[in-house]
Design a protein. Structure first.
Lengths: 389, 133
């Protein structure tokens, strides 16, 4: 059998909670240069972690994510204009205290990275970026804001970021903060005292398709470990478990949330990725807009679809897809068993002609072509409960 | 979980138990633990010839595919079909009900180059030390 777990490597970057993960006996992997927990046997493993998040709650260390603040200081200036220039969503629609999914684009209309933009103030924005693209993103933002009236500050190493996810996440976190979490709507944030830490950013965001929160803490080891343990203890009555990147991936895949380097990349444009909802062409010019305008009229070569395996077999990242006549037509971007659905699911780029629901697509799994079919996405959608206010 | 004394083990974490000219092959407890929840097992049909050191099937967890390598050369007599519907048996009983294939051995002296239980336990202890270093 091939080895799954890679030995620890001192060259890898570590979050402030690395020692905690190792003490818990987590299986560690190299994720984009980071030494990260993929699953915790002490939590019962990936499947149990996944189900804990769908049914109750789970805790993730996502401190590898990067952060960039773009602001103008104490005066009204060009930070909004800078964010509008850099990102595809319309940041002017954000109220202070609100966040949005967005992306940094190349002039070609393809992805530098996807980001969450938080509006901290009139001219003050906080962008959460991917771990593997940190350096590229920060250079991109600096290079493309030269001459604009704003300051760009990288804060990636200043924060420990915890994600508390699942239908009971609100109950867990409410035990640890004075902020009224019920009043924080999906994709909004507030500041409150968490475990005695005043003015902590608490955002109702996540990457699991469930309700949940992401909190941003000072990144020193003592504080990080103290809050991590406090969340575990507060979550005890709700059977909260620590969750690794394995469950994070299956959760986001079921919810059809894009992963950089898979569904989105420097080679894939916004229309192909099906992210037009988050792209506001009418807001004015932004990097990538002209190319997207052109691509829209030119017609698409490929689009992202959801697949479900009909025959036995699990489609995996980068497996090739074929049509009924045996022609190579596309590629799987992410594929996995779905713990919630009990089926083998995947996302794939295929020509638009193959995108109708029910269309057969054949996935090449170790030289055998296994039948799959196009299905509606997201594969899983949580039931929204009515939130007061 | 104890590693049966009568089995022989490979560096790739397969075990083989020979009884005369036939043998049973599986993956070790260490291997199933490394994999995590097993969700899919692909095995060769009866009659398939296995070559020592070459891959003959695969075991999939939620997150990864792992090839399985033949500890010895032989011809498959029977594949464990219960694993098709209950792949989790590999996690719960890797050295027993989670066996993969039974084979007719070509050359039972091939087993002499494999590790015994004590050597295998020492080998994985070293692996675990590396992983937590």
């Amino acid at each position: 059998m091939d080895s799954v777990t890679s030995p620890s490597n001192s060259a890898l970057r570590k979050t402030p909670l690395n020692a905690v993960h190792r003490r818990l006996g987590a299986k560690m992997v190299n994720f984009g240069g980071w030494d990260m927990p993929v699953e915790y046997p002490s939590s019962g493993g990936l499947m149990k972690e996944h189900r804990a998040v769908r049914n109750s709650c789970g805790l993730f260390d996502v401190s590898h994510m990067g952060d960039i603040r773009i602001h103008t200081g104490n005066h009204v200036g060009g930070a909004l204009a800078a964010v509008q220039h850099l990102t595809m969503n319309d940041a002017s629609r954000l109220a202070i205290g609100q966040a949005q999914y967005s992306a940094l684009l190349y002039p070609e209309g393809t992805f530098v990275d996807d980001v969450i933009v938080h509006r901290l103030g009139q001219d003050d924005f906080f962008l959460v970026i991917n771990a593997g693209t940190r350096e590229k993103d920060i250079s991109w933002v600096r290079d493309n804001t030269r001459g604009l009236d704003c300051k760009v500050k990288e804060l990636s190493d200043d924060y420990t970021q915890l994600a508390i996810q699942g239908p009971r996440a609100v109950d867990v976190l409410q035990k640890l903060t004075n902020a009224n979490l019920e009043a924080v709507r999906n994709y909004w944030f507030t500041h409150g005292t968490v475990c005695g830490l005043a003015n902590t950013l608490i955002a109702r965001t996540g990457y699991t398709g469930e309700d949940g929160f992401e909190i941003y803490l000072p990144s020193d080891v003592a504080t990080s470990e103290r809050v991590w343990n406090a969340v575990l203890e507060a979550g005890n009555e709700f059977k909260l478990v620590p969750c690794g990147l394995g469950a994070r991936n299956t959760l986001r895949l079921e919810s059809k949330m894009a992963l950089y380097g898979h569904e989105i990349s420097e080679k894939i444009n916004v229309w192909e990725a099906g992210l037009e909802r988050y792209c506001h062409m009418e807001k004015g010019d932004f990097i990538g807009r002209a190319a997207l305008e052109k691509a829209r009229t030119g017609g698409l070569q490929r689009i992202l679809v959801g697949l479900e395996m009909v025959e036995r077999g699990i489609a995996r990242d980068e497996y090739r897809c074929f049509n009924e006549s045996g022609e190579a037509v596309g590629v799987i971007t992410s594929g996995s068993p779905s713990p919630t659905l009990g089926k083998n699911i995947a996302l794939a780029y295929v020509p638009p002609v193959l995108s109708a629901l029910g269309t057969p697509v054949y996935v090449e799994i170790r030289s055998q072509r296994c039948r799959a079919q196009v299905v509606a996405t997201p594969f899983y959608k949580r039931r929204k409960k009515a939130i007061a206010g | 979980m104890a590693y049966p004394k009568e089995y022989r083990y490979t560096k790739d974490h397969e075990w083989i138990e020979a009884k005369g000219a036939t043998a049973t092959i599986g993956i070790t407890d260490y291997a199933q633990h490394e994999l995590g929840d097993v969700v899919f097992v692909e095995l060769p049909a009866a009659g398939t010839k296995l070559v020592a050191g070459k891959t003959f099937g695969s075991v999939e967890s939620v997150k990864a595919v792992s090839e399985i390598y033949a500890p010895a050369s032989g011809e498959v007599i029977e594949a464990n079909l219960t694993l098709q519907n209950k792949p989790e048996t590999l996690n719960s009983d890797p050295h027993g009900a989670g066996w993969l294939v039974k084979v007719k051995l070509m050359n039972s002296t091939e087993l002499n180059s494999l590790m015994d239980a004590a050597a295998y336990e020492a080998y994985i202890a070293e692996k675990q030390k590396e992983a937590s270093a």
